[in-house]
Design a binder for this molecule. Structure first.
Ligand SMILES: *Cc1c(COP(=O)(O)O)cnc(C)c1O
Length: 330
């Protein structure tokens, strides 16, 4: 069983640099401190984006990455929004597989996995370039053996933030460190003041997502989550759960909804979950407001969250056939 999420790394990672209009051939390098100029663009102007995906070791010892193409597409979109040089799909795929292949021996058995963290950032040494894109950049793929992110069966306490925004309306779809920095003070406050695990951002009452996971409401045969309008991250787990629910014949709705409607669903016995690569689908037990609390499914982990999570994990781990073509191996 690996240590705390994100603290343990394979010995090697893949690295490529962008300069003079092109990417250098990438290399496997030891995971160690990297020299960086103190004027590097990312350190001043936050030109950075990343991805998070997983490789699983199946029972027959083969290694599979879940929805690699979808993560590559999102990474390229993030890079473009940050005006960073956009690596080709082939380069990204090659660097991911090279890093995963080099770590083959340290990929833990199921239900643990190898978490894959590609990151891209501007290295141009110029503090005068606040309003200009970085024309030098680094792209690496770091890999990390991980167990599960949340304790099984523990339900989450979620603070409902009805005023503050997680990020700007158009940047919500970009997987960038800056969005986490922008949300951090709100998340810390909710943890200190309300003992909350996460913050559900609902600016002006519009139920969006938490700092690092999408938010889903589930009731018998129905799923409700916000539509992709640029303000939320297009989660690959979110998309996968919607498609699994549709295949089961559930009614799935992607649309805007308000805090009052969320509370009506919860009052009618709905379950709620947070979805993401690390958490898969984690049950919400309590919604916390400034002056009161609302229990979700009596504060207990419910059967609908468990059912969707198990269906998804069975595909990821090769325990059932994959009707969607989501798992890729070499
Ligand atoms: C990464 C992330 C998610 C989850 O995306 P997955 O592709 O499901 O891992 C959700 N919200 C935010 C803000 C994220 O950064």
């Amino acid at each position: 069983m690996p240590g705390a999420f994100g603290t343990q790394f394979a010995d090697q990672m893949t690295v490529a640099n962008f300069a003079d209009g092109e990417w250098t051939h990438h290399d496997l390098q030891p995971v160690e401190s990297m020299p960086m100029h103190p004027a590097a663009h990312v350190l001043h102007y936050a030109s950075e984006c990343f991805e998070g995906l997983k490789a699983y070791r199946w029972a027959d010892d083969s290694v599979h990455i879940f929805r690699l193409d979808k993560h590559i597409e999102r990474f390229r979109n993030s890079a473009a929004q940050l005006c960073l040089p956009v690596p080709s799909p082939g380069l990204i795929e090659n660097m991911i597989w090279t890093a995963v292949d080099a770590a083959r021996d340290v990929i833990p058995p199921l239900p643990s996995a190898l978490y894959i963290r590609p990151a891209l950032f501007g290295t141009m040494p110029n503090i005068g370039a606040a309003g200009r894109p970085a024309d030098q950049a680094m792209f690496f793929v770091l890999v990390s053996p991980v167990g599960s992110y949340f304790e099984a069966d523990k339900t989450l306490r979620i603070y409902v933030e009805s005023k503050q925004m997680r990020t700007t309306p158009h940047f919500g779809q970009v997987k960038t460190g800056g969005n986490y920095a922008a949300a951090l003070a709100h998340v810390s406050k909710a943890r200190d003041r309300y003992g909350a695990d996460q913050v559900l951002f609902c600016p002006g009452g519009d139920v969006q997502e938490t700092g690092a996971a999408n938010f889903l409401l589930l009731r018998d045969g129905a799923l409700l989550t916000k539509e992709l309008d640029g303000s939320i991250l297009p989660g690959v787990t979110r998309d996968s759960l919607i498609r699994i629910a549709q295949r089961k014949g559930w009614e799935t709705e992607q649309r805007s909804f308000q805090v009052e409607e969320m509370l009506r669903w919860v009052g009618d016995g709905a379950e709620a979950g947070l979805s993401g690569t690390a958490a898969v689908l984690a049950p919400v037990g309590t919604l916390v407001f400034d002056d009161r609390e609302a229990k979700v499914n009596g504060g207990q982990a419910g059967p609908l969250v468990a059912c969707l999570r198990e269906d998804l994990m069975a595909i990821q781990s090769g325990q059932t056939e994959d009707p969607f073509g989501w798992t890729h191996s070499i």
